[in-house]
Ligand binder design. Structure first.
Ligand code: ATP
Length: 212
């Protein structure tokens, strides 16, 4: 069953004089993990910004789980799209502990459910023993796992990852890739991974789409 659908999407930055994406189409099945590969400047980050609602396409349609997020008549704001994001620099809150970072997006849950969800996420990324630490007291790989836990905690419909491995050293990459693969499979979440590194995409994704 089609879970995510993007069709005929064209986009151009106001200050740019060329379209970054033209008549772009992408379809994902539920639970599928798709890699978007492309050179620097090919529009990978822009694609994620369009899906999450940080930019509005000039034309085209984006739908998640049968719900139209954007078309000629509709624009759903980012906070109502059910999209989780993991960035290259993790973007953790430095003044919050691991568990506070993970709880950040859970303000809508009752307090007791919040604690249970944080615990479940700590289990998923195997960071229970680190829950009282601050980001600067963690390794790069551990920080990255916190970023995944924080993105997954609110149970997003779709997870978007922008070069999540680029800040990790080569020795760590392989084990982190395997861990992430397990985390995504365990969560069963439909995901898009943007990268310029074919090995990242091969290690994690069910399918690869090239852009640019
Ligand atoms: N805010 C902006 N205003 C104008 N042009 C932009 C803006 N952001 C990106 N661009 C341009 O849009 C194109 C696509 O950029 P984008 O960041 O999506 O590429 P990318 O594939 O993610 O690149 P990289 O791998 O280097 O991160 C580039 O030509 C870039 O210069």
């Amino acid at each position: 069953m089609t879970f995510f659908e993007m069709s005929d999407v064209t986009f151009q930055y106001h200050s740019g004089n060329e379209s970054v994406l033209r008549d772009f189409a992408l379809t994902l099945e539920r639970g599928e993990v798709v890699g978007i590969l492309g050179q620097s400047g090919s529009g990978k980050s822009t694609l994620l910004r369009l899906i999450s609602g940080l930019e509005e396409p000039r034309s085209g349609r984006i739908a998640i789980n049968g719900r139209t997020m954007v078309d000629a008549n509709r624009f759903v704001n980012p906070e109502h799209r059910g999209v989780g994001m993991v960035f290259q620099d993790y973007a953790l809150f430095p003044h919050m502990t691991v568990e506070q970072n993970i709880a950040f997006g859970l303000h809508r849950l009752p307090k007791k459910d919040r604690a249970a969800k944080v615990s479940e996420m700590l289990e998923l990324v195997q960071l229970h023993d680190y829950r009282k630490r601050y980001p600067h007291e963690l390794s790069g790989g551990q920080q990255q796992r916190v970023a995944f836990a924080r993105a997954l905690a609110p149970e997003p419909a779709i997870l978007l990852m922008d070069e999540p491995f680029s800040n990790l050293d080569a020795d760590l990459k392989e084990s982190i890739r395997q861990q992430l693969k397990q985390i995504l499979r365990a969560a069963g979440i439909t995901s898009i991974l943007v990268t310029h590194d074919v090995e990242d995409a091969n290690a994690i994704c069910d399918r690869i789409v090239r852009i640019g």
